[in-house]
Design a protein around this ligand. Structure first.
Ligand SMILES: Cc1cc2nc3c(=O)[nH]c(=O)nc-3n(C[C@H](O)[C@H](O)[C@H](O)COP(=O)(O)OP(=O)(O)OC[C@H]3O[C@@H](n4cnc5c(N)ncnc54)[C@H](O)[C@@H]3O)c2cc1C
Length: 180
């Protein structure tokens, strides 16, 4: 499914055309069950382990890096829910991706701040992640700027269906607590 489109993707005029050139291959991947491979079986997925995913990724990227990046970045966007979500959050956010045979849904992982991503866990809270989430009644209000958010456009350039956004909730605290 990937080999016939490699040249089209490589010769696309820009990143957007290149992304869209992989749409049909992504649909086929979804029909074949790739896009739900990451999702635990209890939420309708195939329950692949990280090793399974790594092996599949290595094989897919031997042919093309672009469409597998869309696939893996969507899986990356789902990972925080898979690993840390409550049962309700898993049901709400994972189930639609498991029931998406046409590959219409995309998730993305909004991690890299515009000001830099490599030092995300800076011990000095003045550095590292500078995107903040603040509670306002029943909602979280997020302020900050992200870039490099793979899949962030969605297929229609109207945004993807799920963003997981890395934020600090306490501006004075380290992002990752370390054991003493
Ligand atoms: C193909 C691709 C897909 C990507 N997809 C995503 C995605 O889906 N979501 C997402 O959030 N991000 C994504 N990224 C971004 C990627 O995760 C970041 O590029 C990466 O985290 C590095 O951050 P940066 O580019 O801001 O580099 P910077 O933080 O600006 O760092 C630049 C350089 O400075 C060095 N440096 C930085 N701080 C220090 C320090 N304190 N001490 C010493 N050296 C330092 C770094 O090692 C690096 O060499 C993607 C990137 C690529 C290339």
């Amino acid at each position: 499914m990937l080999r016939p489109i490699v040249t089209t993707i490589d010769r696309a005029a820009d990143g957007w055309e290149s992304f869209l050139a992989g749409r049909e291959a992504y649909r086929e991947m979804s029909r074949a069950g790739f896009t739900k491979s990451f999702i635990p079986t209890e939420y309708g997925g195939a329950g692949f382990s990280m090793i399974d995913i790594a092996v599949a990724a290595e094989e897919l990227t031997r042919i093309d890096i672009n469409v597998p990046t869309t696939l893996l970045a969507s899986g990356l966007g789902l990972q925080p829910v898979i690993q840390y979500g409550t049962p309700e959050q898993k049901q709400r956010f994972l189930r639609p991706f498991a029931d998406d045979p046409e590959g219409e849904l995309l998730a993305s992982y909004a991690f890299t701040d515009v000001a830099g991503g490599a030092n995300f866990d800076s011990p000095d809270p003045a550095g590292g992640i500078q995107t903040f989430a603040r509670r306002d009644g029943d909602e979280w209000v997020i302020s900050g700027e992200k870039h490099y958010t793979t899949n962030g456009t969605g297929w229609a350039k109207k945004g993807c269906q799920l963003y997981t956004v890395v934020c600090r909730t306490d501006p004075a605290q380290e992002l990752i607590s370390r054991s003493p």
